[in-house]
Design a protein around this ligand. Structure first.
Ligand SMILES: Nc1ncnc2c1ncn2[C@@H]1O[C@H](COP(=O)(O)OP(=O)(O)O)[C@@H](O)[C@H]1O
Ligand SMILES: [Mg+2]
Length: 307
């Protein structure tokens, strides 16, 4: 029997503007959506019945799951939330971005590994558990006139990142969870603080912006001002190569132009916000993302009955 409820689950604890944009874009395809928190999803491994329970989808599974947010928590909670996404994906439901892509990009060490393996330009990076090793690396880099950026392994929005230089020592904070992810600080070509965000959907760079910050941390969430940046060939190709390296449906790629004018890839975001980019882009980004999501659903073959 055909169900009359929403066909799409948007995974989020904080729908806001992005949630509304997605719902509107899905409506253009005749698809209804419901917001679902991963914290409310459950496994029910019984002899019969459906293994994943999602609020609002009691009698049938969604045909597509759009992931807008995976809330933080204990390591066990985060793994369970990702397991739920994996389970839905194993059942043949389109989960977008795919859980394995989210895992690869949320983990900054894994992203760096994949970018380096693909031979792409990204700063030198070291990841240690040992404080002594971390300190010794900082000492030798600083002695050679360089500085470093220390980032939480699972960080976002520029939160918790520190610069380690001769004036600012290594920090030992619980935010870093016993892992020292240390990256060479990229000196920029211009005197002002800026970086670049490129939006890539289905392998194609579609829009970009400069983010002008008040400090070297140029996330929009840290108050950076957005300015449209026309895409040129080097930027387009490098952002697309970064996305291929981590193998992801859509992403926001962060890049810095170094003092020699060379592009350096800093990060690939699997759950990028696009409010700032939308404010300097003359077409609707949510519509483009949803067009791709819907085309993936149209091309998918559910592996099990979803009713
Ligand atoms: N290696 C670096 N050198 C100089 N600036 C950096 C470096 N890494 C990050 N930044 C700055 O900090 C911001 C946040 O870093 P990023 O790695 O993107 O982490 P987050 O996940 O918190 O956004 C970047 O947008 C950039 O402005
Ligand atoms: Mg970033």
């Amino acid at each position: 029997m055909a169900n009359l409820g929403p066909q799409i689950a948007i995974i989020t604890d904080d729908p806001g503007w992005h949630g509304r944009e997605l719902v509107n874009a899905l409506a253009q395809h005749g698809l209804g959506a419901r917001y679902v928190s991963l914290t409310e999803c459950q496994f029910r491994f019984e002899d019969s019945g459906r293994p994943v329970s999602m609020p609002g989808f009691e009698d049938y599974y969604p045909i597509g799951v759009f992931v807008r947010g995976v809330p933080g928590g204990t390591l066990e909670q985060v793994i369970l939330r990702l397991d739920i996404l994996h389970a839905l994906s194993y059942m043949g439901i389109v989960v977008y971005n795919e859980p394995r892509s989210i895992e690869r990009t949320v983990d900054k060490a894994m992203t760096t590994l994949l970018l380096k393996q693909a031979g792409l330009p990204t700063p030198s990076t070291w990841v240690f558990e040992s404080i002594a090793e971390a300190q010794s690396l900082c000492n030798s880099e600083i002695a050679s006139g360089r500085s470093l950026v220390m980032k939480p392994l699972f960080g976002s929005q520029g939160l918790g990142i520190h610069r380690v230089s001769k004036d600012t020592p290594l920090v030992h904070d619980e935010k870093f969870a016993g892992v020292y992810y240390l990256q060479s600080f990229v000196e920029r070509s211009k005197s002002e603080w800026s970086d670049i965000r490129v939006f890539v959907i289905d392998g194609q760079s579609i829009a970009a912006m400069h983010r002008h910050g008040n400090s070297w941390i140029t996330n929009r969430a840290q108050g950076a001002r957005c300015e449209n940046l026309p895409l040129d060939k080097p930027l387009t190709e490098l952002a697309e190569a970064a996305v291929r390296a981590v193998d992801i449906n859509y992403a926001g790629v962060d890049l810095i132009v170094d003092k020699d004018g060379k592009l350096q890839i800093i990060e690939v975001n699997s759950i990028p916000a696009w409010w700032g980019l939308q404010s300097v882009t003359d077409f609707n980004l949510a519509a483009r993302i949803i067009d791709d999501f819907v085309s993936k659903i149209a091309g998918s073959q559910p592996l099990t009955s979803q009713s």
